[in-house]
Design a protein around this ligand. Structure first.
Ligand code: F6P
Length: 517
């Protein structure tokens, strides 16, 4: 499918009623409803017919999606600008990896984190003579969002492990809140940082150590620290006991790192078996992605739909609405995964991109967001497709609140699809205000239940669908050069070296009197 093909299909379908499309028959529904790894994707509310769909699959074939997927999964260098493979899947596959060096490394670090997690959970690891009651993960971006999402989502599976807290912000109140009420002798800090050079993480880590030294003594404080990093030498230089530095290779991207030692807090808090079940669910999705024909492949279908909405129909954003209080961090997690991966308009070859890259991703929890920004989705001037993420079990739950939650989710999809036309004859003053255009696409993703394996599959689905999009956009989804400049400029400000800065920033700094420590 060339851009003009995509435009032709989009022009043809833009005027079509979404309801008519949704009622187009069994063959369309079969093509747009897929099941894999405990998940069901229902894309029947998308502005797509079989003509456009098969053109999208032709496009994927023409872009060499299958070869590129195989290159990714077999550990070829797919991150060209950093000269690395992207082998985070290795952490879900243990010894099944083709590359024996990678397999050995993964097996070694998985054995180490499991053994340490068991020591902490059993109380054997007690650096100040008492068992660890609270684990505080200090990290940001991929070293925070994954562990935070999974800790929240699987909190019901924790089974007596230490409490998990998270510090990401440089605002001192974040650390203050994470340690409030804790017994300093029973706390473990995990400094999670792939680079071990991230300012926020290192400054918070130092502040945590200072606080702890004031309670358990400077000589003992260090024993309450572990690290997860791809730069173990830097973690050791920071003062962390080498035996408690859990490393991972640089071919695990930050936003793909929850499966690696970055998941250490989860392995401790939820237990190694729950953490393994989470990885196993991702592995089931990996196997599906690797083997299912493109037309029956869930990450491929989802990726193509998101490309279609972004490029074909020109929708700039996508909303993620999770109908589970436990999935409150899902939209944040997907936001980093997708926007750091696809927020680029330069091709792999360094040319201006043929597309503007991936969509803006944002969202929150249903039903709360129905009472905040859904008004905008229903009647605002922009069309933003919504991904509804729900729990299949809720639909037939004996608890009426769970059934109501599911009903709300289904109702929102129906309302966006159909809208409502109020007859001006019956309500002359308010008909225009009460009418809703409808024709707004959505997808429904059902998890059989909110279990470790289905959560793993859900995350892996999104990792792979991001990869599919990147192939169609012709961009490298594994680098993130766009975040570098701000870091350099922050350093300049703190070093007092701002001669090359713009007049507005200089004036701001002069007015406010920021100085380095
Ligand atoms: O600034 C963005 C980023 O580089 C992310 O890609 C990464 O997840 C985050 O910072 C944290 O990096 P690190 O794990 O190296 O501290």
């Amino acid at each position: 499918m060339s851009d003009s093909d995509m435009n032709a299909h989009a022009d043809r379908l833009t005027g079509t009623s979404l309801r008519a499309l949704a009622e187009a028959g069994e063959a369309r529904s079969q093509a747009l409803i897929l099941r894999a790894a405990g998940l069901e994707l229902d894309a029947t509310k998308q502005r797509l017919d079989q003509g456009a769909l098969s053109a999208l699959f032709d496009f994927a074939h023409a872009r060499g999606l299958e070869c590129k997927r195989d290159a990714l999964l077999s550990g070829e260098i797919v991150n060209a600008t950093e000269g690395r493979p992207a082998l985070h899947m290795a952490y879900r596959h243990g010894g099944h990896l083709a590359d024996s060096d990678a397999a050995g490394l993964v097996a070694r670090t998985q054995a180490q984190t499991r053994a340490f997690a068991e020591r902490v959970r059993s109380g054997e690891f007690a650096p100040s003579g008492v068992a660890i009651e609270r684990v505080v993960n200090i990290g940001i971006g991929g070293s925070d969002l994954g562990p935070r999402l999974v800790a929240d989502a699987l909190a019901d599976h924790a089974d007596g492990g230490p409490e998990l807290r998270f510090v990401a912000s440089l605002d001192p109140s974040d650390l203050k809140h994470a340690i409030a009420g804790a017994n300093p002798a029973a706390i473990l800090f995990i400094v999670a940082s792939k680079s071990f050079s991230t300012q926020e993480t290192l400054m918070s880590g130092e502040a945590a150590r200072e606080w702890l030294a004031g309670h358990v003594g400077a000589d003992r404080a260090g024993a309450h620290f572990a690290a997860a990093s791809a730069a173990p030498d830097k973690a050791e230089a920071f003062g962390i006991d080498p035996a408690l530095v859990f490393d991972f290779p640089d071919w695990v991207g930050g936003r793909y790192s929850v499966w690696s030692a970055v998941g250490l807090a989860l392995e401790i808090g939820l237990g190694p078996d729950v953490f393994q079940a989470f990885r196993d669910g991702a592995r089931a999705m990996d196997e599906h992605f690797a083997t299912a024909p493109l037309e029956r492949n869930m990450p491929v279908l989802k990726g193509l739909i998101d490309v279609w909405n972004r490029v074909g129909l020109g929708y700039p954003a996508r909303c993620v609405a999770a109908y589970s209080a436990r999935l409150g961090k899902l939209a944040d997690y997907f936001q980093q995964l997708e926007m750091e991966s696809l927020g680029k308009s330069v091709t792999v070859d360094g040319k201006p991109g043929p597309t503007p890259g991936g969509a803006l991703v944002w969202g929150g929890n249903g039903t709360e967001i129905q009472h905040s920004f859904f008004q905008w989705l229903h009647q605002g001037g922009d069309i933003v497709p919504v991904d509804f993420i729900g729990i299949r079990r809720h639909f037939a739950s004996p608890d009426p609140r769970e059934r109501a939650l599911a009903a709300n989710m289904a109702a929102q999809g129906a309302a966006l699809l159909d809208g409502r036309q109020v007859d001006p004859a019956s309500e002359p003053e308010l008909a225009a205000h009460k009418s809703m255009p409808g024709g707004r696409p959505s997808a429904t993703l059902l998890m059989d239940d909110l279990a470790p394996a289905t959560l793993g599959a859900l995350i892996a689905l999104h990792e792979h669908k991001v990869f599919v999009e990147s192939v169609l956009y012709e961009i490298n989804p594994f680098d993130q050069w766009g975040v570098e400049l701000g870091k350099v400029l922050t350093k300049g400000i703190l070093d007092g070296d701002i001669s090359g800065y713009d007049a507005s920033t200089k004036a701001l700094l002069a007015r406010t009197g920021l100085t380095a420590d």
